[in-house]
Design a protein around this ligand. Structure first.
Ligand code: 6R9
Length: 650
């Protein structure tokens, strides 16, 4: 990778010029207007002490901090010597503020069951779970692994860990036995919280059976706490397994949250990374809490009565920060939906929105593109008028998908915010505040408070407007990862060792004259065609703008003449056929002959991670006619690879 990014510039080939002003009604009510953003953003960089003191001061601390930041590159300590508890701030504090009877969570199961929890109820539930963990011998600093469906107990277990100072490590319920075992072992967890089974498209997912198999491979594990979700029969191992309902049912609902040091570890979350061993990204208490609170409030222009739905599973960082912690820290009402977006059909999301009168929807481009592929009929059958704001996260959102989301889901009434961030950054880093500035489809836009991004060459030179380079962050921020769990050297090298004195995000990006940043894809995925460096996002965005194409992934294939040539993998819109000549002509017209695909492969699906990101690494191997190498276990459906290998090349 290092060779590839030496002094790299990424060519800017996508000339997206649409600018969408915030709807007047939304802008009029927005809490932060343009001038306010500009003033506070400047303050956050020029006088971070005052800025962060003011934000953190809105939360409850049992002991005040003595210093906002202690920065010993690459190690940061935020709110030094302060003591707090994030679960206290998410629950007890809301009850104290009079939100005890307000709904904290509305949960909908895949089977249609609905459970709601007020803040007071959630506080009691979390207190019981916290007492249970303590009774099971979990102590401050111990790691607890969670392997659960998206059910309320997942959030309750996270908050219970946070309450007693145990470090949660949530492993997505779709992960395999070996992935789970590796993560338990890496964290040296003694306790695993799982469920008998979860549901996915009506079928039970055997979580307990996987957990049993993983336990055989993970010697640190001593106790398993099992939530009954699906009611399927599972063996319980004497002396190791405990039913959640029994243990938590008997526990007291009174619990005092432990005062924890601001830098006390809050969670470890493993990112698959594109290669190699999963990295345990470590986040700590105070800084993460402050950033989750601030970004939730400002990026989503949150109002007291908002019903907020982040569709992410708690197995991903988005689920940590915006399904659980962010909304609760702000006292909002958050929705959790357990199942698949297409169960029983592609109208499910829209039915959830109609039923719970959701005001803010936060989802991923991969979901938006699959809805688009099904046409407008499904959303048009539902009343989506409660929506006032839409958000996107996880991948670059292609301008066409952005426009569809805005028009069909948002009725042109809702601003769309594109939010760029990472597991490592903890919370949103780039997004254009919805009531303050116009949006540019495909561009995440402006930095959040306290975030100082730049676009650099490999040797650290700052690039000019519209020049594509490496996205970096020039100073520490409160919710940044503190280290890679158990491997500080990897932390230094990966994030602070690529370019001196800046955080290296691994993404390519460019900044326009208005300061809007457009993320062009992972740096490892950049193509080099006849000396032109092409970001994957731009060619893919043009491809999906073609009426016959639903999704696209572009990779390079070694080419004697050009260095690399473009290979495009595309999935057709439902009921359409992809004509290679028309697609080539379209690319030539929109970008130029340079980006014209040498090969086009039409398939029913693309290889994606379980969080919906396209894995171009495998596509490069297929394009080059090589055997598939590397770990395919993080793929949602590994059989896609065989179908792509067998597909005709057009
Ligand atoms: C929050 C999350 C991080 C990577 C990141 C980038 C891509 C996420 C994006 C985006 C363009 C956006 N990414 N949001 N790219 N625009 N709005 O997704 O975390 O799973 O760690 O992934 O996802 O490549 O570096 P994570």
């Amino acid at each position: 990778m290092t060779d590839q990014i030496d002094n790299m510039l990424i060519d800017n080939v996508l000339h997206e010029t649409r600018v969408i002003e915030p709807p007047a009604e939304f802008a009029a009510k927005a809490s932060i207007k343009r001038g306010e953003y500009e003033r506070r953003y400047r303050q956050s960089l020029d006088d971070p002490e005052t800025f962060w003191t003011e934000v953190a001061g809105q939360l409850t601390w049992t002991q005040p901090w003595t210093q906002v930041l202690d920065w010993q590159e690459p190690h940061a300590r935020w709110f030094v010597d302060g003591q707090t508890n994030i679960a206290y701030n998410a629950l007890d504090r809301q009850v104290e503020l009079g939100r005890g009877d307000k709904r904290a969570f509305i949960w909908e199961g895949e089977d249609g069951e609905v459970r709601t929890f007020t803040y007071a109820e959630l506080l009691r539930g979390v207190s019981k779970a916290a007492n249970t963990l303590t009774d099971l011998g979990v102590q401050v600093g111990d790691r607890v692994t969670l392997y659960l469906p998206l059910i309320p107990e997942a959030a309750i277990a996270m908050l219970a860990c946070a309450r007693i100072g145990a470090v949660h490590s949530v492993v997505f319920g779709g992960f395999s036995v070996s992935a789970l075992a590796d993560r338990i072992t890496d964290a040296q967890s003694k306790v695993l919280i799982t469920a008998d089974a979860g549901y996915r498209k009506g079928a039970p997912v055997p979580l307990k059976a996987n957990a049993d198999a993983a336990a055989e491979l993970a010697p640190s594990l001593e106790t398993m706490l099992v939530v009954r979700r699906a009611g399927v029969a599972v063996p319980m191992k004497e002396g190791r397994d405990v039913w959640w309902s029994e243990a938590v049912g008997q526990a007291s609902d009174q619990h005092q949250a432990a005062p924890l040091d601001s830098e006390h570890p809050l969670f470890v979350l493993y990112t698959s990374g594109s290669t190699g061993k999963p990295k345990g990204v470590l986040h700590t208490t105070g800084g993460y809490m402050v950033s989750a609170f601030l970004t939730m409030q400002t990026a989503f222009d949150l109002k007291e009565d908002d019903v907020f739905w982040c569709t992410a599973d708690v197995g991903w960082v988005t689920g940590h920060s915006y399904t659980v912690y962010g909304p609760l820290l702000c006292g909002a009402t958050a929705v959790m939906y357990e199942g698949a977006p297409n169960h029983p059909d592609w109208g499910r999301f829209w039915s959830v929105i109609e039923k719970h009168k959701i005001n803010i929807l936060y989802t991923a481009p991969t979901a938006i593109r699959s809805f688009m592929r099904q046409g407008d009929d499904y959303p048009n059958r539902y009343d989506l008028s409660s929506l006032r704001l839409l958000g996107s996260v996880g991948e670059p959102i292609n301008p066409e998908a952005w426009m569809w989301y805005h028009r069909v889901i948002g009725g042109e009434r809702c601003p769309v915010i594109d939010t760029w961030w990472q597991t490592e950054t903890g919370t949103i880093m780039l997004t254009t505040l919805p009531g303050a500035f116009p949006a540019k489809p495909g561009s995440a836009g402006l930095p959040m408070f306290g975030i100082e991004p730049a676009i650099l060459t490999r040797d650290g030179h700052e690039l000019g407007p519209d020049e594509g380079g490496l996205l970096v962050i020039k100073r520490p921020w409160p919710s940044m990862l503190r280290t890679v769990y158990g491997d500080d050297e990897r932390y230094r090298k990966t994030y602070w060792g690529e370019i001196p004195h800046v955080y290296f995000a691994g993404d390519g990006a460019r900044k326009d004259a208005d300061g809007y940043i457009t993320v062009m894809g992972r740096v490892d995925d950049v193509l080099n065609v006849s000396g032109h460096r092409l970001g994957t996002m731009e060619i893919e965005s043009v491809l999906v703008a073609h009426p016959s194409i639903s999704e696209a992934a572009v990779v390079g294939r070694p080419d004697e003449v050009k260095g690399e040539c473009v290979v495009a993998f595309v999935t057709p819109q439902s009921g359409m056929e992809c004509d290679p000549a028309a697609i080539r002509a379209f690319i030539t017209k929109e970008i130029g002959a340079l980006a014209r695909p040498e090969a086009i492969i039409v398939a029913d699906a693309l290889p994606k991670t379980r969080s919906g990101k396209i894995m171009r690494r495998f596509l490069r191997q297929i394009a080059a006619g090589k055997e598939i190498q590397g770990d395919t276990s993080t793929l949602e459906d590994p059989s896609v690879l065989e179908r792509l290998q067998a597909a005709e090349v057009l």
